[in-house]
Design a protein around this ligand. Structure first.
Ligand code: ATP
Length: 306
């Protein structure tokens, strides 16, 4: 690889709260989404090249497009267009974030590509402009730039950092196969008895839960575990009933909170300390209810050059 290459490490997210409102006229759902960055990382490397090309490595690489449709390639083109420069780079994505798991891996790669190219090209894009470009790429991309914990309003892209008073210990049960985010939102509307043309006001406006924000501020794992919530969980369980057994296995092993991560199918478990996290991870592995078990701490910082 060229000595001029730039590598950026970017974390996955779990939504500790995902409150879903009605479908807006633009097709998006209004959200109150409390994003929490966890220490599972993809690495994105960019280097000068003759043309824009993409390579993907890692366990799930076969499920990620290695062409211009990759969200990270779109990010490269959008940043280049913003500065009126050429987008020819080699983009290498080393994936460790589960693909289509509700942990925003594609969004993370897009955010990493923005940070990597901005450094490679010395374009010094302002954080505000970078945030706007990120929001254009997808609702979860701005958070991957920021990291930590943040409340996302609008369709999730309008971020307010949330203060956090400690480190939390997570275990993730990765399911076999992904779930399509639009399919899960569609199922959510269906379960609520809403037709596709339903007006936004038919659903109460989504708001952040004060008890959850207090638990984060106090670094209180038990209170956070009790406050975890995801309005998409019934829809993910409806499309993938087997997730109920995964959630049960983690809870029975002593997790102090559990939920489906985002649109799923990854299930997230909060543990009271690292020892308990290991117990939960071992039990999930033994349960045979998931493909892979990962442990991670958080919150961690957003996309950064390494
Ligand atoms: P979210 O939590 O934001 O809903 P997700 O974690 O469920 O996202 P992703 O891992 O982002 O889902 O992948 C969703 C789809 O996007 C994949 O099936 C894949 O085909 C496509 N995709 C495009 N670019 C990427 C990328 N860089 N990494 C992963 N998937 C990508």
């Amino acid at each position: 690889m060229s000595s001029q290459s730039v590598t950026v490490r970017v974390p996955a997210k779990v939504n500790v709260q995902l409150a879903v409102g009605g479908r807006r006229p633009d097709g998006f759902h209004g959200l109150a989404s409390v994003f929490f960055a966890v220490g599972l990382y993809d690495r994105v490397t960019v280097a000068p090249a003759e043309r824009l090309s993409v390579g993907v490595t890692g366990t799930d690489a076969a499920h990620v497009p290695a062409d211009g449709s990759n969200l990270a390639a779109k990010a490269v083109r959008l940043l280049a267009a913003h500065h009126g420069i050429d987008s020819s780079v080699r983009l290498d994505i080393a994936k460790d974030i589960p693909v289509a798991g509700g942990m925003a891996g594609g969004s993370a790669d897009a955010a990493a590509a923005l940070v990597a190219c901005d450094a490679l090209w010395s374009t010094r894009t302002s954080p505000e402009a970078l945030g706007r470009i990120a929001a254009e790429l997808g609702s979860d991309v701005p958070f991957a730039l920021l990291g930590g914990v943040a409340l996302g309003e609008g369709r999730g892209e309008l971020l307010t950092p949330v203060p956090v008073g400690g480190t939390f210990h997570w275990v993730f049960a990765v399911a076999d196969g992904g779930l399509s985010t639009p399919a899960v939102y569609g199922e959510c509307d269906r379960l609520r008895g809403l037709t596709t043309g339903a007006a936004e006001h038919q659903v109460p406006a989504p708001v952040a839960d004060p008890a959850l924000l207090a638990a984060l501020r106090d670094g209180d794992a038990a209170a956070l575990g009790a406050a975890l919530s995801n309005d998409l969980q019934p829809a993910a369980l409806s499309l993938r009933p087997a997730l109920a057994a995964t959630l049960r296995a983690g809870s029975e092993a002593g997790a102090i909170g559990s939920l489906v991560s985002g649109s799923g199918p990854t299930c997230a478990f909060l543990a009271k300390d690292p020892q308990s996290a290991q117990t939960v991870a071992d039990a999930l592995t033994a349960s045979g209810t998931c493909r892979e078990v990962r442990s991670a701490e958080g919150p961690v910082g957003g996309a950064a050059v390494v």
